[in-house]
Design a protein around this ligand. Structure first.
Ligand code: PMP
Length: 348
């Protein structure tokens, strides 16, 4: 009673487990193992309570100015959300009619399908090449919003900017390139988002991974003014709180600190990949802060997931035909990776 039919049948998104017990090696939600910029702590220590008494800047001008400056664009092309998850939900509101649909790669970030279910519109999994080849007539039934994780999750693999640009040029709806992991990659698409003539491509990033601020809940996106303006129309008045705006701003300005942590994570990613490959694992080439790895013949991903959990090492397992043979392992500190390798070696 009272609850809409679509919500009654909705299967909610399940985020990765946040274990409460101590001594856990947490490699299951792609958080950064290193702390955020020390400048964030200064902001917290000196935060004037007056800024909590009053409402925050509804359009986060200072943060937008910093983002616009870094990417050599204007604040009209920048939007900030309560985590990039909020931006995705707002896009599903602003860019999809009730009789349209949402598309993404498959496998990809599983929240996308849940967002379509919440909107009560169909979701479809595609590969870019086949969608681009579809004839114009058939494309009337193609999605009006494409959520394109690049590099992808959980595979960790990426498509080059020229392939993304070609795809967006042929696509009739809005393309959001979800670059949650792009700071760990060798290339990215931000230049496409700010490019003259771009009308349908938005690039989205988050403070949760490379900036080590998953608990703060700040994400941002850059794209054509018309689309960005639409997102401002549908957002809550005060979607990013005062403390989050202040902390995200200093973290963003401390870009070199973020880059140095990224370097450490990338080095560890390459070390872990080599270590697993030498033990017979198949590891997809990753451009992110995680790897998607298949155990050697005779070993089973689900069993290893459970056995690691017994040892308080949390990784992520996605059952299903496209993902069930592999484990997604977040890159941690050298100490955490050593514990992982030691535990894996004990299963032989
Ligand atoms: N996109 C992808 C591909 C992700 O993996 C995540 C994190 N689960 C997000 C977006 C959301 O990140 P956040 O809401 O923390 O910014």
């Amino acid at each position: 009673m009272g609850i809409t039919k679509s919500v009654q049948k909705l299967v909610a998104y399940t985020p990765g487990e946040q274990p409460k017990c101590r001594g856990v090696v947490k490699l299951n939600t792609n958080e950064n193992p290193y702390p955020p910029s020390p400048k964030c702590l200064e902001v917290l220590r000196n935060f004037d309570l007056e800024y909590l008494r009053k409402y925050p800047d509804p359009v986060f001008i200072k943060l937008r100015e910093a983002i616009a400056k870094r990417f050599k664009t204007t604040i009209e092309k920048v939007f900030v959300g309560n985590g990039s998850d909020e931006i995705l939900a707002l896009a599903a509101k602003a860019f999809v009619e009730n009789d349209e649909s949402i598309g993404s790669l498959d496998p990809s970030y599983s929240l996308y399908k849940t967002l379509a279910d919440i909107r009560d519109v169909p979701w479809g999994g595609f590969d870019l090449a086949s969608l681009s080849r579809t004839s114009r007539a058939a494309r009337t039934s193609s999605p009006s919003l494409f959520l394109l994780t690049n590099p992808n999750a959980p595979t960790g693999m990426m498509k080059g900017p020229s392939e993304i640009e070609d795809f967006a040029a042929k696509f009739k709806g809005v393309v959001i390139v979800d670059e949650a992991y792009a700071d760990f990659a060798s290339e990215n698409c931000m230049h496409l988002a700010t490019k003259e003539g771009n009308e349908n491509l938005i690039v989205m990033r988050t403070f949760s991974k490379s900036f080590s601020l998953a608990g703060l809940r700040v994400g941002y996106c850059v794209g054509p003014e018309k689309l960005i303006e639409a997102m401002y129309k549908v957002k809550d008045s005060y979607n990013v709180d005062a403390l989050a705006q202040a902390i995200a701003l200093v973290a963003f300005k401390d870009y070199s600190y973020m880059r140095s942590n990224v370097k450490k994570v990338v080095a560890e990613r390459e070390k872990l990949t080599a270590a697993l490959v030498s033990r017979g694992w198949d590891v997809l080439p990753s451009e992110t802060n995680f790897i998607f790895a298949k155990p050697p013949e005779g070993q089973n991903a689900a069993d290893i997931f459970a056995a690691l959990k017994e040892k308080k090492i949390f990784v992520r397992y996605f059952p299903g035909p496209k993902t069930g043979e592999r484990l997604r392992i977040t890159i941690g500190t050298p100490e955490q990776m050593a514990k992982l390798i030691k535990a894996l070696s004990s299963f032989h």
